[in-house]
Design a protein around this ligand. Sequence first.
Ligand code: FAD
Ligand code: SIN
Length: 536
Amino acid sequence: MKRYDVIVVGSGVAGLSFALKVASQGYQVAILTKKTRAESNTNYAQGGIASVTSSTDDFNLHIQDTFRAGDGLCHEDVVRAIVGDGPDAIQELIRVGVSFSQLDDGRVSLHREGGHSKRRILHVHDITGKAIEEAFLSAVAAAPNIDLHEHYMAIDLITRQRLLRRGHQVPPGHDQVLGLYALDTINNVVETFCASAVMLATGGIGQVYQYTTNPDIATGDGIAMAWRAGVPIRNMEFVQFHPTALYTHTNERFLISEAVRGEGAILRNLDGEAFMKRYDERGELASRDIVARAIDSEMKTKGVSHVWLDITHKGEDILRERFPSIFENCLQHGINIGKDYIPVVPAAHYLCGGIVTDLDAGTSLCGLYACGEAACTGLHGANRLASNSLLEAVVLANRGSRAVVDFLKDYSDPRIPLPEWEAGVAQSSDEKVVLLHNWDELKRTMWDYVGIVRTNKRLARAQTRIKNLSHEIQEYYWKVNVDEQMLELRNMIRVADLIVQSALYRHESRGLHYTLDFPDKWDFAHDTTLRRGGVF
Ligand code: FAD
Ligand code: SIN
């Protein structure tokens, strides 16, 4: 058994910045990450991080833009706090070594993106996430009291309740987190980690859908783990589809940053018509839900597989300089974006919902914290404003680190011995093919029936299929040795079920949840909160 003061699950911006802060107070911290250390949504972030830094901008404008995108569901206190903490978060990124792009006159270069009334997105060319990830990883490598365990996949939290349910002797007390089980995916053994506090910074869920901008790690593990531990999960129906991913004949969906539209790119249908003004007066810079639905509608009415994004008027030299990674990537697909239109389609991109937390990253379970994309603070409401997620991750990691340090000061160890992982009747798996088939079926089901435009009938169809997949994975889970793919599929099925359940509860169209059965909005806005065993 390995023992730490704090275990952080995830090595994206949320996990790394939190770990550094806690370790700087002298605590022993472990970071578990299921692939190599940089592999995360963070590493692929392009457009940048939103914050009020210019003298022509105003906190109230950023707050109002966030509210407008969030369509009535943003929590006002949370929005004010996170937007207000933005400039400090930017300073922290600079301190850790992030060099934001500058204009020729030395001022910081600010991108503009959909839904923002001002230029306020700080960026490092079009590879902002990679720059942030590298800076934090270097700082973590230099911290003597952080152990970073690559290829360790967290499976489940160990809590008092879990031990009681499994018949272990536990002294009386309220439920609390005591550690977790993690699979060493290189040696295929499950290890027990003991800790006073656990931070879930496991990122998003894009892999639940057939087409996504997210890398393979985004399987919603932290959300599923928290749900199994009885922690409330909120607003899972609000899955954000990014309007412009590069269309290819494979499942791969490389992102074409919204900042490209911020620089004047025009969306055209296959007849060459610039169609966005027909849908919203803000045109290409309307919020993402509106742009993605407009593209979906153009594709469906015309029966075509993509629309065009046209930035040719900027010319090759400027585009190469401003968007080097997008330029190069498109070129590898035979598209010179200085001369050619880019074929684009929407793709699953970001989860606005997640593990319910307060502004200090605290959850309902004592000792359990969550931040970053896995968490739902109330900032994004029914639709996230572009580039607000890196901001939220850094701010919540900071606030969470202060809360955890306070928690540790008063912590008294209940000294409950943690049992080793029970492998049960597990045999080696010879049913890999079933797993692969179920994996594909889940992703296709979510794409076909739980996408940008929904109906009750499609959601019910998805629910039936997910129930079947859920029965099969449970059976499988108890029968065979756990491996990474099976554990991910189990989590993805749980997350898919939570998305569909939440969507079925919302009898209105709001933000990212658009259903033909209930096209209007309720007069009163409320969150959808689910917990194991019920809704509340
Ligand atoms: P992640 O960065 O995804 O990190 C999650 C970590 O958890 C990973 O290290 C992963 O391996 C690990 N993990 C997951 N499950 C387990 C497990 N069971 N055990 C161990 N480890 C686990 N947002 C913006 O604000 N601005 C942008 O410009 C922007 N561009 C984006 C572009 C793309 C292509 C994508 C995909 C997203 C973009 N986003 C952007 C969203 C933003 O990048 C993410 O929301 C944010 O980086 C999430 O950070 P995180 O630390 O919460 O999660
Ligand atoms: C982008 O660059 O378009 C992504 C920004 C985001 O997801 O916030």
